[in-house]
Write a protein that binds this ligand. Structure first.
Ligand SMILES: NC(=O)c1ccc[n+]([C@@H]2O[C@H](COP(=O)([O-])OP(=O)(O)OC[C@H]3O[C@@H](n4cnc5c(N)ncnc54)[C@H](OP(=O)(O)O)[C@@H]3O)[C@@H](O)[C@H]2O)c1
Length: 281
């Protein structure tokens, strides 16, 4: 097990960059229709990504669902000027596209929007009980064999589903992306974290700063005492756990920098014990 998040030979940075934001929500709500001032909006989104790249983010998390595909388009544009192999791109196929042919077609559309020949980690975004999971994995395994995706992952899977996924995946299942943070301990409580750690599956924590984490008195006090920010305390608590990485989103350059530098702080064992208590409040 490794706290840098190792999925097969893919080394995942402990802190990646999440691409779900207010713009993604707004554009999704319009079904991807062009909005007024879209060009301004694109420029603003690109600037946010350029900031993140310049600061050193090397893992970007998007999905076909984010901004109805436009998030992938913007990421593709940002990475065009970069050495592709320096970056890890995660994208996700939506629950309604999990049938064999639909999944293959969805992946082609994502590759087109991302302007790349491969996606590093391609995830089932949400399980869909209406579609046999074996069909989805047949398509995902095929995509790996074609070289269109490097690694297969899932998101929002519980332990029974993970057990099936590990069986059906012809390569090591790379990740399970779930909601996890100081204020949301479901993955600890329902066994998902333990399963991932025991099966060499990276747990990617989304929403790591949600739930009032940043203003919680314990977090703020620890941050002040060790000259860190509350976000760094919250993120470091996650990535110090074996097999856990995280993908916070921020549109602000200083906050992006703070988040990335969460790897540099050192929490004492007594502070970790204090933070553990937040889960039971
Ligand atoms: N697989 C799934 O089903 C799923 C679901 C949800 C999310 N995700 C992924 O996970 C990523 C992260 O989750 P999330 O965006 O929901 O939540 P998050 O990263 O926990 O929180 C983002 C919010 O925190 C603020 N923030 C970020 N850094 C901060 C800092 N240092 N100090 C103060 N505020 C800060 C941001 O505002 P500013 O931008 O103003 O800084 C933004 O409002 C998403 O972007 C997406 O890629 C996946």
């Amino acid at each position: 097990m490794s706290n840098t998040g190792q999925a097969n030979e893919l080394r995942l940075p402990p802190i990646g960059f999440g691409m779900w934001d207010d713009v993604a929500q707004t554009v999704k709500d319009t079904g991807g229709r062009p909005l007024d001032r879209d060009i301004d909006r694109d420029a603003a989104q690109l600037a946010i990504l350029h900031q993140a790249i310049n600061l050193g983010y090397r893992h970007f998390d998007t999905a076909e669902m984010y901004a109805a595909g436009h998030s992938e388009t913007i990421l593709g544009r940002a990475l065009l000027e970069q050495e592709r192999s320096d970056f890890v791109v995660t994208s996700k196929v939506s629950a309604e596209n999990l049938a064999y042919d639909d999944l293959l077609a969805a992946c082609e559309r994502s590759l087109d929007r991302l302007q790349t020949s491969y996606i590093d980690m391609y995830l089932i975004h949400w399980p869909n009980p209406e579609i046999p999971i074996a069909d989805s994995f047949r398509a995902l395994n095929h995509l790996v064999n074609l070289g269109k995706i490097r690694h297969i992952g899932v998101s929002n899977f519980d332990v029974p589903l993970l057990e099936q996924a590990v069986q059906l995946c012809e390569t090591n299942l790379a990740t399970n992306q779930v909601y996890y943070g100081l204020r949301n301990r479901k993955p600890q409580e329902n066994g998902t974290l333990k399963f991932c750690q025991e099966n060499n599956v990276v747990l990617t924590a989304y929403g790591p700063l949600r739930g009032g984490v940043l203003t919680h008195q314990t977090v703020v006090e620890i941050a002040d005492r060790i000259a860190a920010t509350p976000s760094q305390v919250a993120l470091n608590w996650l990535i110090r756990q074996p097999e856990v990485i995280t993908i916070p989103h921020s549109s602000n350059e200083q906050r992006q920098k703070d988040n990335l530098e969460a790897t540099n702080i050192q929490l004492s064992e007594s502070d970790v014990q204090l933070l553990e208590l937040l889960g039971s409040e």
